[in-house]
Ligand binder design. Sequence first.
Ligand code: NAD
Ligand code: USQ
Length: 406
Amino acid sequence: MKIAVLGGDGFVGWPTALHLSAAGHEVHIVDNLSRRWIDTELGVQSLTPMDSIQERTRIWHQETGRRIHFHLIDLARDYEVFKAWLAETRPEAVIHFAEQRAAPYSMKSDRHKNYTVNNNVNATHNLLNALVEVDLDAHLVHLGTMGVYGYSSVGAAIPEGYLPVGIDTLAGETARQEILYPANPGSIYHMTKCLDQLLFQFYAKNDGLRITDLHQGIVWGTHTDQTRRHVQLINRFDYDGDYGTVLNRFLIQAAIGYPLTVHGTGGQTRAFIHIQDSVRCIELALREPPARGDRVKIFNQMTETHRVRDLAELVARLTGGKVAYLPNPRKEAAENDLVVRNDQFLALGLDPITLEEGLLSEVVDVARKYAYRVDRSRIPAVSAWTRDIAPTVERDPEGKRLKSVG
Ligand code: NAD
Ligand code: USQ
């Protein structure tokens, strides 16, 4: 199949592009490299040394004889360029990763809020608009987030996208419907993913676009079967206070002897998935496109749930590290439970990789290998969700005064 991977230079996009190329597909990466620019803005770099996208694809060709094509296009801003590219390339499937994906980055300032909304909503809408305009019946697979549901515990499992409801009619009967599960975003970033859902719903209904939305949990780990093949195929690994996600941050903090940064009581329960399973799920979803005219197909792409403080304690036990309980920079519930349905991927044959010590140790080993590249001053999470919270997150676990960058 000819597959476009939008955002294919990123943390999940790159191993997905490799995985699909290895499976025999013709892969085209479209990326504006904004994520690399944001590293420069924030004064951080991936823990792992990443080569340019051109160099990465050259090494892939050298290793496998297979070509991955790269196209430098800003999906949010260069609508006409993207439309012309789509009309010419005519992929059979489009995987959409190309959004600003960090909640803390989206909450840093009014400028970052504007950037995240403009970038994410325009990228998604430009894609949908262009698919209709060039009359392309490609299967669109979008990477969404578990965060659209809001993680709240109502004593029921979170279904895969749709909630059956009964509506009292004027005739005194009950009308049965399935509606999108009520959106409950916890950050500007998560809010853009809720807006994406409505865009998908409209374009599936109005134009018959075939769309799959993957509501993914937090991705952890770094290597996949393909990124292991050559040192220059290595995946990016974010550890900083804006882009580093919780488990990967704990693993690198443990590797360099930095106290594990638990926010508040660490009572937040979140959904997780290993990077290898993430790329497998995307391939499984590609094989099961909805039919034209179907509603958006929604999968929960996660394999397990964990409470943040339990993860910190597990990593600390494994590595002999210390846990620091810090003021929470976010506005979020102190504690929540989370039960999530993921029956659809299990039915398609996903055999989940779950958290086990071997895999955790592998990430710690990667972190130790590249520890010399870590700037400790960029570890604290200083992006506060509200003005009231900002003064409470001014010091790091080592007692130093912090300054926000960007
Ligand atoms: P990432 O930031 O590493 O990659 C995103 C890529 O998209 C980057 O290479 C960036 O340059 C590109 N991009 C952004 N805006 C673009 C634009 N306007 N035009 C072209 N390219 C653009 O993020 P990731 O961790 O790989 O996440 C990929 C997707 O998966 C995101 O949409 C994210 O919301 C979702 N997701 C990620 C996680 C996670 O834990 N990393 C979890 C759930 C969902
Ligand atoms: N947390 C800590 N300490 C840290 C970092 C985070 O306690 O050092 C806590 C946060 O307060 C939060 C939880 O861990 O309660 C998760 O934070 P995170 O940064 O790992 O994840 P999140 O902001 O939700 O975002 C990440 C990805 C995003 C994706 C989302 C999936 O960046 O792209 O959509 O995970 S989900 O969480 O399921 O919504």
